[in-house]
Design a protein around this ligand. Structure first.
Ligand code: 13P
Length: 249
């Protein structure tokens, strides 16, 4: 890779797997990718399996993340989990502002901003998700929407913004089998880097990344890695995504 940014291949398991499957997947990942340093590899299991997966991956190069966090440290917030708790089970990463939370669970830009700050304050490395809907793209609103999502999330985040990874996940590409082309993603990634005002910020692409299309995405220098849903659930397909980023370095 030509830049100093190390590629990251991140698997978002969403609300899939039971405890036994989560453990088995983590152990198989460790076996296959446990010593992989380039690219960086991270997995994001559901909350109840974090501790088991943490134990299974302990001492390997694969790092652990959570799919969400509450903006506070502790308190009377039934059902919520804080960044501090995530750290205590071995998480390094946390996803903030995934479009499934924004669009299906009503998470606003303001809530996303509070979560981003909480993640940084608790010492987690956040992956901030941004992306336009199909309607917004068709209205040619992509840049305006993403600029708003980044500016609002970064409000009040000073020098630590270099610690943030941004995932460009167009909503129309998530789980649809229709990925953005490397050209479409690169165009947005370039703008995201400008708006972030920090050359250290990594920009991942997410949305229907599969072994069949990852080669072309991995060749694009603006794409610093991928955030993957469906194709991260099986070790064999996830390993092929990792291999694509290894071979470009
Ligand atoms: P898919 O890879 O299943 O399209 O999901 C992408 C995603 O939402 C990752 O966070």
């Amino acid at each position: 890779m030509s830049t100093a940014r190390r590629a990251l291949v991140a698997g978002n398991w969403k609300m899939y797997k039971d405890r036994a499957a989560a453990k088995a997947t983590a152990l198989a990942l460790r076996e296959t990718l446990g010593s992989c340093e380039i690219p960086e590899v991270a997995v994001f299991p559901p909350f109840p399996f974090l501790a088991d997966v943490s134990e299974a991956l302990h001492g390997s190069a694969i790092s652990l993340g959570a799919q969400d966090l509450h903006p506070g440290k502790e308190g009377a917030f039934t059902g919520e989990v804080s960044g501090w708790m995530l750290r205590s089970v071995g998480c390094r990463w946390v996803i903030v502002g995934h479009s499934e939370r924004r669009h299906q669970l009503g998470e606003t830009d303001e809530v996303v901003a509070r979560k981003l700050r909480a993640a940084l304050e608790s010492g987690l490395d956040p992956i901030l998700c941004v992306g336009e809907t199909l309607q917004e793209r068709e209205r040619r609103d992509t840049e305006r929407v993403i600029e708003r999502q980044i500016e609002s999330a970064f409000h009040g985040v000073g020098t630590s913004r270099g610690q943030v990874t941004i995932a460009y996940e167009p909503v129309w590409a998530i789980g649809t089998g229709r990925n953005a082309t490397p050209e479409q993603a690169s165009e947005v990634h370039k703008r995201i880097r400008d708006w972030s005002e920090d050359a250290r910020v990594r920009v991942l692409y997410g949305g229907s990344v599969k072994p069949e299309n990852v080669g072309a995405l991995a060749k694009a220098p603006e794409i610093d890695g991928v955030l993957v849903g469906g194709a991260s659930l099986e070790v064999s397909s996830f390993a092929r995504l990792v291999a694509a980023f290894k071979s470009r370095d």
